[in-house]
Design a protein around this ligand. Sequence first.
Ligand code: UTP
Length: 288
Amino acid sequence: MTRIRKVVFPVAGLGTRMLPATKVLPKEMLPVVDRPLVEYAVEEAAAAGCEVFVFVTGRGKTLVEDHFDRAFELFETLARKGKTRELSALERALPPAGTFVYTRQQAPLGLGHAVWCARHLVGDEPFGVILVDDLVHARTPCLAQLAAVHAERGGNVVAVEEVPREHTARYGILDPGADDGRVVEVRAFVEKPKPEEAPSRLAVIGRYILSPRIFTILEDLPPGAGGEIQLTDAMTRLLAEEAFHGVRFEGRRFDCGDRIGYLEANLALAMERPDIAARLHAALRHYV
Ligand code: UTP
């Protein structure tokens, strides 16, 4: 089975659910505690063994590129002031030169279209996709859990989470086949079904391992729901040719593209930080 060397981060969405915060600031740069969301995603991909990090950006997203560059004046000033701890933390977060590559989605035509924009940078090998606003906090990074299933079984792999039945209309939902409690075979994807029509409560969240065949399918795919080129539609077509496995990942997902999910992620991660937890706990008592 092929190792997953490349990961795609589609970061060209408009982030309308988080306006006005995202009017100028890319959603992926919103901080969770004190690190931008995109850093968590990059760390997760690196922990899964990825070596090439492909960003599909759009207008107004240059801060994402800047974040992974050497901020010359800042580094100089920190060095001069002897702030070695801060400086070495920033140095550690810098990627090895040449491992981050960027392409632009010229208009937000949908997630499927954003993934297709990465086709020449990915080439002919299976690859990971991380939706940066889905922050997954886990002992074993979520993409690594998917990569392990890919190594065992091959095919395409998606992360799935059981959601309340009344929320099925917000997600792509699986029609499940054989299920061993951890890995569930996918019979079909149903995009945003009404609760009474949903074949299960297993929702696809923002982690995928896909075969490069998806690019050929996306090439001719007509717009779907919302007039956008939908990744789920392409996955449905691919399912006729190749297996898809759903992984009930270990860990907690926070939808940071949504206000409550974002605030909860901040609380959950801050409460695990020894330098913050006690003071935050005391502060929270004042509000709840
Ligand atoms: P979302 O559905 O969260 O859309 O996209 P969005 O535009 O970012 O946010 P809202 O719903 O308006 O608040 C899921 C992922 O797909 C990317 C987004 O950046 C996000 O990571 N995406 C979506 C693109 O890169 N391009 C697109 O055309 C659409």
